[in-house]
Design a binder for this molecule. Structure first.
Ligand SMILES: Nc1ncnc2c1ncn2[C@@H]1O[C@H](COP(=O)(O)OP(=O)(O)OP(=O)(O)O)[C@@H](O)[C@H]1O
Length: 256
């Protein structure tokens, strides 16, 4: 079974080619880390997959009706704007909207409770979402996506701005979600160390194309790290799992 199929997907934004001929399948059990330099096209890829930006080629999600898509895929965007001063519980409950008229009140409540507990947010349940810190708000928005209980979860930089414990905790929760075998998760992230440790597969975007796709041990080769990120790094499989640490910039730096 495939949860998401992208075939020969290309995106041009204001005459600028951003993605070229992307082909990608996401299957249950996978936690895919979408990595690449700033501007590589990670957000654009996920937004195109959801049908939120024009593209050529095929994106299976974009072919669904909005209702079907809402029950199939949850989306946590990079912009963490919470517009209204509602409670955390109410905000997470919005994840249940696609199930309106299909799920019972008990099922909705259980999904919200489960999402709050998965991300350690019970103490925040009755707090006003707009009065939380940036990292707390990010966890609440991810909880809203979890409460949607969709086969596919897509999250744009869900761990950016979280403290180390919550970064690890969130990656573990996403890994557990995928590990149950029925769901697939795709996240963009810049922390290659956490990507190496928790993702079952890394997809590297570079110059609008997929430069590598596979397990971290294969993908994060010194040559690829040099070419795509312009750095060198330490990478080793240790008894406590893979350890990846960026060491230095090679050459004049990314923006020169
Ligand atoms: N609406 C737009 N019009 C023109 N160009 C755009 C538009 N949106 C994004 N871009 C360009 O598309 C490219 C890809 O942007 P995107 O946000 O997908 O990158 P990203 O890999 O998610 O980056 P980051 O790691 O910085 O979040 C960038 O060069 C960006 O400037």
């Amino acid at each position: 079974m495939t949860l998401l199929n992208l075939s020969d997907l290309s995106v041009t934004l204001r005459v600028r080619p951003v993605l070229s001929h992307i082909t990608l399948d996401v299957r249950p059990g996978e936690l895919i880390g979408l990595i690449g330099a700033n501007g590589a096209g990670k957000t654009t890829l996920m937004r195109a997959a959801l049908g939120l930006v024009p593209f050529t080629g095929r994106a299976s999600l974009a072919e669904m009706t909005p209702g079907e898509r809402g029950r199939h895929a949850a989306w946590m965007p990079q912009t963490r704007e919470i517009a209204w001063p509602v409670s955390v519980e109410a905000l997470v409950g919005l994840g249940r909207v696609p199930h309106e008229g299909r799920a019972s009140a008990d099922e909705d409540r259980a999904a919200v409770d489960h999402a709050l507990s998965t991300l350690g947010l019970e103490p925040f349940r009755h707090r006003t979402a707009t009065r939380l810190s940036g990292g707390e708000q990010a966890r609440v928005l991810l909880a809203r996506a979890l409460a949607q209980e969709t086969p596919l979860l897509m999250a744009d930089e869900p761990i950016a701005g979280l403290d180390p414990a919550h970064q690890i905790g969130t990656m573990k929760s996403l890994a557990a979600l995928a590990r149950d075998g029925e769901r697939g998760v795709i996240v963009s992230l810049h922390d290659l160390g956490l990507a190496a440790r928790y993702c079952t597969r890394l997809v590297v975007l570079h110059q609008g194309r997929i430069a590598a796709d596979g397990p971290a041990g294969e993908v994060l080769s010194p040559a690829l790290i040099r070419e795509v990120f312009g750095i060198d790094a330490f990478y080793e499989d240790t008894p406590r799992g893979p350890v990846f640490q960026p060491l230095d910039i090679l050459g004049p730096g990314p923006d020169s």
